[in-house]
Design a protein around this ligand. Structure first.
Ligand code: B3K
Ligand code: ZN
Length: 878
């Protein structure tokens, strides 16, 4: 294999030829599908005359014929290699007809045209269209598509983007359908589906009075699991009208659920294709988290219709232009549908568990990367979640009204175009009348900035001086960082828990509540005056910027904020900071061989929370959840996964011992009577009840175990069943083994439910987990070609069970590398994600480092590894 080459943003050049219209004709066959494409091309009028060669991309295609303006081309008229088809000396405007043959059944990469449960579907973003036909497969070429599908009647449903314009029967048991998409789009938004599916239909009336038909297509056995997805879609459509005045633009919106999908879902114009995990839900099969995930992802793909489809990305370096923005939009949608503080806490937890480690490792890249080897590797937490934080900072700096004006300006100005993050920033700067030059650095500099804040209260002058220093650690290829423009939201909390008036030196009036300071320099000081008493500062409220914050607050200040802060996010955050400190102190003590102790401050604070009958159960549950092992690992100079695990488990047991009666009371109080609903209040009560149960189950007490078993047997909903099963299966008891067996027998024909069953076993604390995981690889429930299954078993073990994955023997590492190598020929995207399990190898002790490095080198030495895995492994070793 030739060494894969990097592609650079700085090398961008506009397309030489544009496509006006594309007529696609698919003759669908499982073994062989014939694709005829008719492109009307013309030279890009924005370019001064250059070389008149047309370069089309194509991969794994069999070229059958090529005609230019009706004339068949001979082999010497074009140049063909593994990636491109080049035609030299083409006219200013012409028609090109291309015939290719592809093999959908053999396509296990799930990119291009493939089969899932025997049905045809496509995934084209970012570069899958080139596996269907030769095409200028780049997002800045936008064209009008017409698609004709011809297939056997075994596939009664034939779908593509846009509106159905014709359908009918053909000879030999075949039929056809023709679809026309009136909107220009890049090839990555192309989709087709042909299958044996049932349709669930409803309607939505837009604000301007248009009727839109909504359809969800699933396999017949899943017809009773679509109601929540449909309701979510209707809510999303109404929300986008209400908040941003954005209406849907076609007469039909279709969603198809498939079991084999590399990602969550795909926003193809008018024809979303979804991983069935984000469509199907019934109370007995889906958890509260599943219900919320469905609402969020349905919203996300719907919101892309404006932020992504109508206005798209010029090139893939701009991916966050659509993804960061659309994640922000789905976050806000979910916040409005559920609980804003709960949602914010979950977002920050995700950011810290996934994006911060990414930013601190060898794959660190800016929100707008400057180069890539394989673009599929850049669908990352940085592009998505840090990208969303960047959008949130615009919102914080501009305020809601100006932000909405900015978004409207951006969409109006660029409708039908493929643009850049600079274009977005320009619209925001203009609408907000604010200078965002320095803000640009959030797109170009990688790494998580650190804010160190020192607070000095002057008793006599009644002032509080904050000294804020920002810095950002180096990342690969970027040794020095310039200071960022950071919005720092804060409040000053008085003794009685109320926010004190905020008046900066030089100001004539005070404000109350939260206020946002704009940081621009490496070091800045702010002096608050006229304070009635010494306050406790509540900094970075609502997590106003994606940074690591260091303060000089002591343990008691944190316990105070945990109980009193008016910002619900910071109340949670104070608890996390306090627990983190106490946990890390004991991790050190553990390293020195000392006996572990639990500082009574923590059970004290937890007791107060559990006894607070006014508080939202969902927030109590979050506050009582200790920081994850991954988060704790991030805070250590040299990660000791075993110590972290032992200490965290010790805390959980100790807290359960101290709070046993209260936890039991909470568990009993929060029992639901009525039928299951996924409304936020009920979700919160279940979260608290099941958290109490998980603490109680650390006590290894037969009476508590039978309580848990009762829940497992009697519950009418998957949230409660899986919580009980997780608690039972965590220890090697007979009840645990029997419950797992029961669960399997009940759900053996339900792939999504079995994913949960696999994950529970893969993330078990039991010391024999790796052996179990190996055994499950051969179980009928597992299938190495299905990404959900790989993530549920192998991914969950390697990336969700640090204590067992990092077993000092290195057995977990060898297992992971074996799996990467086995999966790579099947599905490089899935293999590359898994290879990411090694990326923070330098953060461990020398022994573990050596073991992980050895595995990385073993992968690197294999001939013919994919570009996807190659990039991850090489960057990890660099
Ligand atoms: N845009 C798709 C991502 C497709 C990923 C391909 N590797 C899903 C989404 O973000 O909406
Ligand atoms: Zn998206």
């Amino acid at each position: 294999m030739t060494t894969p080459q990097a592609i650079y943003l700085r090398d961008y050049s506009p397309p030489a030829y544009l496509v006006e219209t594309v007529d696609l004709h698919f003759d669908l066959g499982d073994d062989l599908t014939l694709v005829r494409s008719r492109l009307a091309l013309r030279r890009n009028p924005d370019l001064c005359r250059g070389e008149n060669a047309l370069v089309l991309q194509g991969r794994c295609l069999e070229l059958r014929s090529l005609r230019l303006d009706g004339r068949t081309l001979a082999a010497e008229d074009y140049r063909l290699d593994d990636e491109t088809l080049t035609l030299a000396g083409v006219p200013e405007a012409f028609v090109l007809e291309v015939e290719t043959a592809i093999r959908p059944r053999e396509n296990t990469s799930l990119e291009g045209l493939y089969q899932s449960s025997g049905n045809f579907c496509t995934q084209c973003e970012p570069q899958g269209f080139r596996k269907i036909t030769y095409y200028p497969d780049r997002s800045d070429v936008m064209a009008r598509f017409t698609t004709t599908l011809v297939a056997d009647r075994r596939f009664p449903v034939l779908l593509a983007n846009g509106n159905l314009v014709e359908k009918g029967d053909l000879e030999g048991g075949r039929h056809f359908a023709r679809w026309e998409d009136p909107f220009k789009k890049p090839s990555y938004l192309f989709a087709l589906v042909a299958g044996d599916l049932v349709k669930i239909e409803d309607r939505f009336r837009t604000r301007s009075g248009r009727e839109v038909t909504l359809q969800i297509y699933v396999e017949a056995r899943n017809a009773d699991r679509c109601a929540h997805a449909m309701a979510s879609l209707q809510k999303a459509m109404a929300w986008d009208e209400e908040i941003y005045g954005l209406e849907y633009d076609l007469d039909i919106y279709m969603i198809v659920a498939v079991d084999d999908f590399n990602f969550g879902a795909m926003e193809n114009k008018g024809l979303n294709i979804f991983n069935s995990k984000y469509v199907l839900a019934r109370p007995d099969t889906a958890t509260d988290a599943d219900y919320q995930g469905i609402e969020g992802v349905i919203g996300h793909e719907y919101f892309h219709n404006w932020t992504g489809n109508r206005v798209t990305c010029r090139d893939w370096f701009q991916l966050s232009l659509k993804e960061g923005l659309t994640v922000f939009r789905d976050q806000e949608f979910s916040a409005d549908m559920t609980s804003r503080p709960v949602k914010r806490i979950e977002e920050v937890r995700l950011l810290r568990n996934t994006q911060f480690p990414e930013d601190a490792g060898p794959m660190a890249h800016p929100v707008r990367p400057a180069s890539y080897v394989e673009i599929n590797n850049f669908y990352t937490a940085t592009v998505y979640n840090k990208g969303a934080e960047v959008i949130r900072m615009y919102h914080t700096l501009l305020g809601d009204a100006a932000f909405c004006r900015g978004l409207a300006l951006y969409l109006r100005r660029h409708d039908g175009q493929a643009v850049t993050t600079d274009d977005f920033l320009a619209a925001m700067a203009e609408a907000g009348q604010i200078d965002l030059e320095q803000f640009r650095l959030w797109y170009s500099q990688a790494g998580t900035p650190e804010l160190a804040v020192k607070c000095v209260y002057d008793e006599e002058r009644r002032t509080l001086t904050l000294t804020v220093r920002q810095s950002c650690p180096p990342t690969p290829g970027e040794a020095e960082k310039a200071p960022f423009h950071i919005p720092l939201a804060l409040g000053l909390v008085g003794r009685n828990g109320c926010d004190l008036p905020l008046q900066l030196e030089g100001e004539t009036e005070a404000t109350t509540g939260t206020r946002v300071l704009s940081l621009h320099n490496e070091e800045e000081t702010f002096c608050f005056i006229n304070l009635p008493e010494a306050p406790v500062p509540s900094l970075l409220r609502n997590f106003s910027a994606p940074v690591r914050l260091k303060t000089d607050l002591d343990d008691n200040d944190l316990a105070f904020l945990m109980a009193c802060d008016n910002d619900p996010f910071n109340r949670w955050e104070a608890g996390q900071q306090l627990s983190t400190r106490l946990l890390l102190r004991q991790v050190e003590a553990f390293g020195r061989g000392e006996t572990l102790v639990l500082d009574p401050l923590l059970p004290g604070a937890f007791r107060a929370l559990l006894g607070d009958s006014d508080a939202d159960p969902a927030l109590i549950a979050l506050a009582l959840t200790l920081p994850s092992e991954t988060f704790l690992a991030e805070q250590m100079p040299v990660i000791d996964p075993s110590a972290i695990h032992e200490v965290r488990e010790f805390f959980r047991r100790q807290l359960a011992t101290d709070l046993r009666q209260l936890l039991l009371a909470v568990y009993t109080d929060q029992q639901e009577d009525g039928p299951y609903t996924p409304d936020p209040a009920a979700v919160g009560r279940r979260a608290l009840k099941n958290l109490a149960l998980s603490y109680l189950m650390t006590l290894d007490d037969p009476a508590l175990r039978s309580l848990c078993l009762r829940q497992f047997k009697r519950a009418d909903n998957m949230t409660d069943v899986i919580a009980a099963l997780g608690a039972l299966a965590g220890s090697a008891t007979e009840e645990g083994t029997a419950a797992l067996e029961d669960f399997y027998l009940r759900w053996q024909n339900d792939p999504l439910v079995l994913d949960k069953w696999l994950s529970l076993q893969a993330t078990s604390r039991r010391t024999d987990t790796l052996a179990e995981v190996r055994r499950l690889l051969g179980h009928p429930a597992y299938n190495g070609k299905n990404p959900n299954k790989v993530r549920a078993l192998v991914g969950a073990f390697c990336q969700g069970n640090p204590a067992r994955f990092h077993d000092p023997s290195g057995a977990g590492y060898a297992f992971c590398a074996d799996q990467v190598l086995a999966l790579d020929p099947v599905n490089p995207q899935v293999a590359a994600r898994l290879a990411g399990a090694f990326s923070n190898w330098r953060r461990f002790d020398p022994k573990r480092q050596a073991l992980m490095k050895e595995e990385l080198e073993r992968i690197a030495a294999v001939a013919g590894i994919s570009r996807d895995v190659y990039e991850i492994v090489m960057k990890s070793l660099a």
